[in-house]
Design a protein around this ligand. Sequence first.
Ligand code: GLN
Length: 279
Amino acid sequence: DVTVGVLALQGAFSEHVQLLRRAAEALKRRTAQDVRWDFIEVRTPKELEQCDALILPGGESTTMSLVAARSGLLEPLRDFVKVLRKPTWGTCAGLILLAESANRTKKGGQELIGGLDVRVNRNHFGRQTESFQANLSLPFLRATAETGADQPYRCVFIRAPVVEKILPRHSGIQAEEAERDATVVAPSKTPVDDLAKRELGAEVEVMAKISTRTPALQENQEHDHAGAEDIIAVRQGNVFGTSFHPELTEDPRIHVWWLDEVLKAIERRQQFELVDRTV
Ligand code: GLN
């Protein structure tokens, strides 16, 4: 049994749950694996404890973080992402919460969960293109055997953030903790090394970008065209984030890809634990 939670404090959580169900079906058809998936809405630390992986939906990140604080979920969420290092995916507002740093907006700043060593710029595309859709090619989907993996994906952006800066690794982790991680991973040449590389010392990988020449962005005067491309999807070890909202489409391909990644992460963890017990 694999339990995947969707943080259900605010925003588009039920859309994620629906798409997860379809993605699990698609994954079952494609692979021989017979995994029993449980998809649950998460509102309390107890519910979070049951999860092997988690999605933070789009919505309003300031509100989400205030409600999380009030529900006593902020610290458990930080533990989930940064100490237990379970697979976590944030979409739009969820990406903001998973960043180690975000700019303040008129509505103010918010407490972040962190996990991705990046700085995000909230509401990056400005007022004139508050919302837009763009057909983009997502290179990471091509690595899957999914049919239509090379077809463009219709990305929905709503007051979306982008990753404006990749920060030095572990900028969010206390020096002490980073050191402890280093001692945990150093000694062996076993699968631990793989896990270590991916989950403990992982670098930020840029997974997708949008060109500022994208038609939907062309007429946007307000938007700063300084860079030719903006980063709209990143991954660092167990943490994945997208600027756009796959949950607001009917296209399950990213959910399929991510569930597959979740299974791989669980497999690595089991190997890790096995090795850990035998040393
Ligand atoms: N702009 C929102 C925020 O700062 C995110 C928008 C979204 O998730 N669609 O939280």
